[in-house]
Structure formats: structure tokens, C-alpha cells
Write a protein that binds this ligand. Structure first.
Ligand SMILES: N[C@@H](CCC(=O)N[C@@H](CS)C(=O)NCC(=O)O)C(=O)O
Length: 241
């Protein structure tokens, strides 16, 4: 069976990729035991202008959710046997993390100066690796930062103060911790596709050393820290990515 090629950005802060959506696809592949290779992509050349996308035996699929749908149909469906209620809960939590918490993270990383100070060196390396000459790197970085800040503003999260965004993030972390409970995986004793939408966000916040309330709140949730550690050790052992 050919290996699924995953196109992402680049590793950062001990994470296999800076984007939680790339880590989401890698998580599903690993939970399901599907052979894959992670490659450096270029979002400008990606089918939907965003990463990740995959190449599976010549078939290109963009967007982490469509990718996982393809993997479920073609290789292994981790959600077989889930109750209708758990499926509904998974759908709600997936939206909460990917469409709401993601924008909290976006502001924390790109808008908040404390976040930018932490992520910009790693981001600069990614820009250099993509072939941008050294002298132009700061210019390109600032241009992309402006675009991301504008995206956050247009989406709405970027219109709030940093304190307000942190307040929203803390509320979401509290809810996630309450819903996760003490189960080995988010919905019980087996890995399900929802783990691919929860684990990357928890791991990213814990691993990226941005001063602020998001990381301290995540660290205060022993169950989420243990969940993240468990999945990281089982599926992303050092040297495995
Ligand atoms: N809905 C997409 C979201 C992916 C996404 O937002 N990717 C961002 C990085 S986290 C990206 O590629 N941004 C590059 C750009 O917008 O130019 C998915 O689930 O794959």
C-alpha cells in the first residue's frame, strides 16, 4: 500500500507541525495505523490555498476534515460503533475546537505581541526554507502577519481585546476539561476521530511557551495534560516524526 503524503508547514516547539490542522491529520493517520509521510508544503500552491492537503496515490485532497473523511472511507473508520449521542457530541466539540478555539490560538500567536515574540523565529525559519532569500524574510514575515491579523479581524475574534480573547479561551478550556473527564481517549477507551480534533489543540497550547492565561489554564487541567501526554507518548514518540 503506498504511503499517504501529507503536506504541512514544518515542525515547531517539539510538535510535528506548527498547524494544529496538520497535526490533526497526522493524529488520525497514527490512531488508525495508516502509513504516511510528512512533507513540507506551500500553502500558495495548495488546492484551497491552505495546508494541510494530502496526496494519496495521485489523488489530492485538501482540508483536514475532507482528508479524514477520505481516510475513514478508504482505510479505517475509527468511529464505527459510536452512539448517535457520542457522534453529536463529537461534531459539537470538533466545531468548538476548530472554528472557535482555533481563532483564540490565532490571536494568541499572531496578534498578541507575547505570542508573536515566541512564534516569529520558528516562522522565520519556515519562510527561509520555502526559498525566500534571507534579506526579504522580515518583509515577508510582516506581510503574512498583517494578513493573519486581518483574517482574525474579519472573522471577529481579532476585534476583541487580548484580555477578552483570553477570557473566551479559558472558558473553552474549562468546557473541554469538563467534557474530557478521566477517560483514556476523549470518548472512552478507544481512539475516535474526535481525538484528532482535540489532542492537537491541547498539545499545541501546552508545547508553545507563550506567556498568558491560555497555557496556564491548560496546565491547570490535570486531565487534559495527562490526556495529551498519553497520546503523545503512544503515537508521537520522539524520533517518530
Ligand atoms: N479548514 C482547514 C483549515 C486549515 C488552515 O486554516 N490552515 C492554515 C494554517 S493553520 C493555513 O494553511 N493558512 C495559510 C494561509 O491561509 O495562507 C482544514 O481543516 O484543513
Amino acid at each position: 500500500m503506498p504511503s499517504v503524503k501529507v503536506y504541512g508547514f514544518s515542525p515547531s516547539f517539539g510538535l510535528p507541525d506548527a498547524s494544529p490542522f496538520v497535526v490533526k491529520v497526522l493524529t488520525y493517520l497514527r490512531l488508525a495505523g495508516i502509513e504516511h509521510t510528512l512533507l513540507a508544503g506551500d500553502s500558495r500552491k495548495a488546492p484551497k490555498g491552505k495546508l494541510p492537503y494530502i496526496d494519496d496515490g495521485g489523488r489530492t485532497i485538501a482540508d483536514s476534515s475532507f482528508i479524514i473523511e477520505h481516510l475513514r472511507k478508504t482505510y479505517k473508520d475509527l468511529d464505527v460503533g459510536l452512539s448517535a449521542r457520542d457522534r453529536a457530541l463529537a461534531t459539537a466539540v470538533k466545531s468548538m475546537m476548530e472554528e472557535h478555539f482555533y481563532f483564540v490560538m490565532l490571536v494568541a500567536r499572531w496578534v498578541d505581541e507575547r505570542g508573536w515574540k515566541v512564534i516569529s523565529p520558528a516562522f522565520g525559519q519556515t519562510i527561509k526554507k520555502s526559498g525566500v532569500p534571507g534579506f526579504a524574510t522580515p518583509f515577508v514575515m510582516n506581510m503574512i502577519r498583517k494578513q493573519v491579523v486581518q483574517t482574525a479581524y474579519r472573522q471577529g475574534m481579532g476585534r476583541h481585546s487580548i484580555e477578552e480573547v483570553e477570557e473566551i479561551g479559558v472558558g473553552l478550556i474549562d468546557s473541554l476539561a469538563e467534557l474530557a473527564g478521566e477517560r483514556p481517549y476523549f470518548l472512552g477507551s478507544e481512539p475516535r476521530s474526535i481525538d484528532a480534533s482535540v489532542f492537537p489543540f491541547v498539545w499545541s497550547v501546552l508545547a508553545t511557551p507563550i506567556a498568558g492565561r491560555l497555557q496556564s489554564q491548560m496546565k491547570s487541567k490535570a486531565n487534559l495534560v495527562a490526556y495529551s501526554e498519553r497520546l503523545r507518548e503512544a503515537y508521537f514518540a520522539p524520533g517518530s516524526f
